[in-house]
Design a protein around this ligand. Structure first.
Ligand code: SF4
Ligand code: SF4
Length: 265
């Protein structure tokens, strides 16, 4: 009699959301054509947006969306890290802190909090927004605001088959060139493509709109050069810095401090 082959257990996956708009989870829910395949190939233990019955045990892969913005989230994230073999930060908020981290680290948090909320007593005390890797170790990053559907499905496909996800270290300009667009910088328009992570397919410049950097900063980008060029278009350094901070997240000011100083001199 033929023995039945033992079925390999499916990788256990948890999908979590901290502070953010939940757009990255929504992208996953909206992958209609792939969702059944995903649920068939993985043992989805926790996915708040798609299931109300989470099982918080050991995980092979945890996808974490959102920035850490309360003490409760900090503890939750540490717990996820303890249980997960691989942890992936997905989306701009998890990768760099998101729009909520735009002024993070400038010393005005208490003042800004008071201005918005007054003297109310919080049920869970807020903290200044942190990217996930400022609290726990992160194995892989998938930027985007929100992440692209094809990139997140490719990442999950590779991880579920035991491979490392593909890295996208190039800037938006790369995809813009592949789309054969006329460069907006040549037209003296404020485009952050050269210092922004690729992955969106250069969707904005392809429609004549300058990139505002929502995929987060490409840390290999030549910030000094782009600052100098944009200044030559008549923009103030403050304005350029504010726009870079918009989606640049928690660490960008430290990263570009030297370049800004050199441009100022
Ligand atoms: S339009 Fe923007 S993204 Fe496209 S090549 Fe020019 S600077 Fe780069
Ligand atoms: S702002 Fe830039 S990174 Fe964001 S979608 Fe548009 S082109 Fe892509």
């Amino acid at each position: 009699m033929k023995q039945k082959k033992a079925q390999k257990p499916k990788p256990r996956v948890g999908i979590y959301g901290l502070t953010g708009c939940a757009g990255d989870q929504l992208v996953l829910v909206h992958t209609e054509d792939h969702l059944l395949d995903l649920f068939g190939a993985a043992d989805i233990r926790s996915f708040v947006m798609a299931s109300s019955n989470p099982e918080e045990g050991e995980l092979d892969v945890a996808l974490v969306e959102g920035s850490v913005s309360t003490e409760e989230e900090r503890e939750h994230l540490k717990d996820i890290r303890k249980r997960a073999k691989i942890l992936v930060a997905i989306g701009n908020c998890a990768v760099v802190g998101g729009v909520q981290a735009m002024y993070a680290g400038d010393g005005s948090f208490e003042q800004r909090l008071k201005k918005v909320y007054g003297d109310i007593e919080f049920v869970t005390p807020p903290i200044e927004a942190l990217p996930v890797d400022m609290v726990v170790d992160v194995d892989y990053y998938l930027p985007g605001c929100p992440v692209s559907q094809s990139q997140v499905i490719a990442l999950l496909g590779r991880l579920l088959h035991g491979f490392s996800p593909e890295a996208f270290p190039h800037p938006v300009c790369h995809e813009c060139k592949l789309n054969e667009n006329v460069c907006l910088l040549v037209q003296k328009k404020f485009c952050l493509g050269p210092v922004t992570m690729a992955g969106c397919g250069a969707v904005c410049p392809s429609h004549g709109l300058p990139c505002v950097g929502c995929w987060g900063p490409n840390e290999d980008g030549n910030f000094k050069q782009i600052f100098e060029l944009l200044r030559s278009f008549g923009m103030s350094l403050d304005d350029i810095t504010r726009r870079v901070r918009n989606f640049g997240g928690r660490k960008i000011i430290e990263h570009i401090k030297e370049q800004v100083k050199e441009v100022q001199e």
